[in-house]
Design a protein around this ligand. Structure first.
Ligand code: 5RP
Length: 227
């Protein structure tokens, strides 16, 4: 993914700043994407300096990065809870999120929702007055046609996400496909989230409603924290 120099620096600041929130003995959810990657690397540096944490990865990508950073890993079903999760987002409006640009939103939502505290790390380009990006919807492959019909009746325009480097759809870590669904401006994210969750064949969607505790917005010269 191409990012401007300013955006890249903002992502780095946002991601790295959240590593300071991690405390000794905690179980930490490790989000997916280029901004969360900065947090993972910074936590790895802290582990090298003696911080005792266990990470719960949210994707193949974040697991690989955490292994490289030498963060001890556990799966969600091996721990009593998650103290803190750090994750990126594709759009943020009033604390509500659209996620799933990396097709990892199903595992991300499970880990983020399980965490006592969710810190979201973004650059300023992710901020909006209203959510209006397409909503990623992870779908069981055989259910795609019926889910597409249901999404259309909900006012959406679904497009199957295709893989950039090979002829075929993106396949998630869970073996499913992703429909990117345009709804225009989303005035009631909680209502749409509930409707999407009720569609048989939908594994998970990328609307994260009332999950974020803090939004860390990286800037050229620092980080704004919104609660
Ligand atoms: C992956 C996600 C990512 O957190 C989201 O796409 C943001 O990525 P980046 O920090 O690279 O902009 O939801 O499913």
């Amino acid at each position: 993914m191409k990012t401007s120099g300013g955006s890249a620096a903002a992502k780095r600041r946002a991601g790295e700043s959240t590593a300071d929130a991690v405390e000794d003995g905690q179980v930490v959810g490790l989000g997916t994407g280029s901004t969360a990657a900065h947090a993972i690397r910074a936590i790895g540096d802290a582990v090298a300096d003696g911080l005792d944490v266990r990470g719960v990865p949210t994707s193949f990508q974040s697991r690989q990065l955490a292994i490289e950073a030498e963060i001890p890993l556990v799966e969600l079903d091996e721990v009593d809870g998650v103290d803190l999760a750090i994750d990126g987002a594709d759009q943020v409006a009033g604390g509500q999120l659209i996620k799933g640009g990396g097709a990892a939103h199903a595992r991300e939502k499970i880990v983020d929702a399980a965490a006592d505290r969710l810190l979201v790390v973004v650059d300023p380009g992710k901020l909006a007055d209203r959510l209006d990006r397409s909503v990623p919807v992870e779908v069981l492959p055989a259910a795609r046609p019926v889910v597409e019909d249901r999404l259309a009746t909900l006012g959406g325009e679904p497009t199957l996400r295709s893989a950039e480097r090979k002829d075929g759809p993106v396949v998630t870590d869970n073996g499913n496909v992703v429909l990117d669904c345009e709804f225009g401006a989303i005035d009631a994210p909680a209502d749409l989230a509930a409707e999407l969750s009720s569609v048989p064949g939908v594994v998970e969607h990328g609307l994260f409603v009332n999950l974020a505790d803090e939004i860390h917005v990286g800037r050229e010269d620092g980080v704004d924290v919104r609660t």
